[in-house]
Design a protein around this ligand. Sequence first.
Ligand code: NHR
Ligand code: GAR
Length: 223
Amino acid sequence: MACRIVVLISGSGSNLQALIDHLDPAHGQIVLVVSNRADAYGLQRAAKAGIETQVLDHNIYASREAFDQAMMARLDSYSPDLLILAGFMRILTPAFVNHYHGRLLNIHPSLLPKYKGLNTHQRALNAGEAEHGATVHFVTEELDGGPLIVQAPVPIVSGDTSATLAARVQQSEHLLYPQAMNWFASGRLRLIDNRACLDGKPVGPVGTRLENMETDMRGMTDV
Ligand code: NHR
Ligand code: GAR
């Protein structure tokens, strides 16, 4: 049975576009895109792809808990098998995260466990790092601290600004995230005993590391 996928966004939705473009239709279907911001450009991308959209503005709720409860009610009416955070910028409550335990993914713009939280590109530059990157992980109560699935390093080059670095990291995100989505949709990726498992085997502590993203992805039939 096709995996029913819901994507949550807050902004431009370039990751959403990559997910739309690379989803293997044999295994899954994006049944809904939700944004907490009415002006998120990603909503237009979804509409263009013929995907249902909904806006749930967090500002009209009295608390984080109330917002998350409203979202859960909305999402559950679509019976999602997989929820994907794609540039979704609201921290989720324990009640939400636990309700979707094992079926909630996030992509974070750093080589986790380094640089949790926001403003990661500038912080990596300030620290004089030689490399940065992106990581897909299962979401748990611990912010950016859930079990890691797969990460891609991106070199930092001289003259990089947070904008040039962010652009390069995002290119790798657009390969990384569809890969993880298709792994999950096809049943290869599961959360078992709080560890991401690919084909039944736990991935390493930082997840599968894709060193040469473009070369590695070439020839992968499911991306
Ligand atoms: N929720 C939980 N419980 N656990 C995670 O790991 C989560 C999460 C919600 C979102 C994405 C995350 C990222 O990849 C994510 C992971 C937003 C913030 C944040 O501080 C931090 C991390 C992430 C997303 N948001 C502010 C807030 O008050 C609002 C910032 C804004 O609106 O611009 O929620 O980086
Ligand atoms: C991506 O780079 C993603 O890693 C990051 O926001 C960008 C969203 O871009 N996510 C976070 O920082 C989550 N806090 P997009 O809207 O074009 O996909």
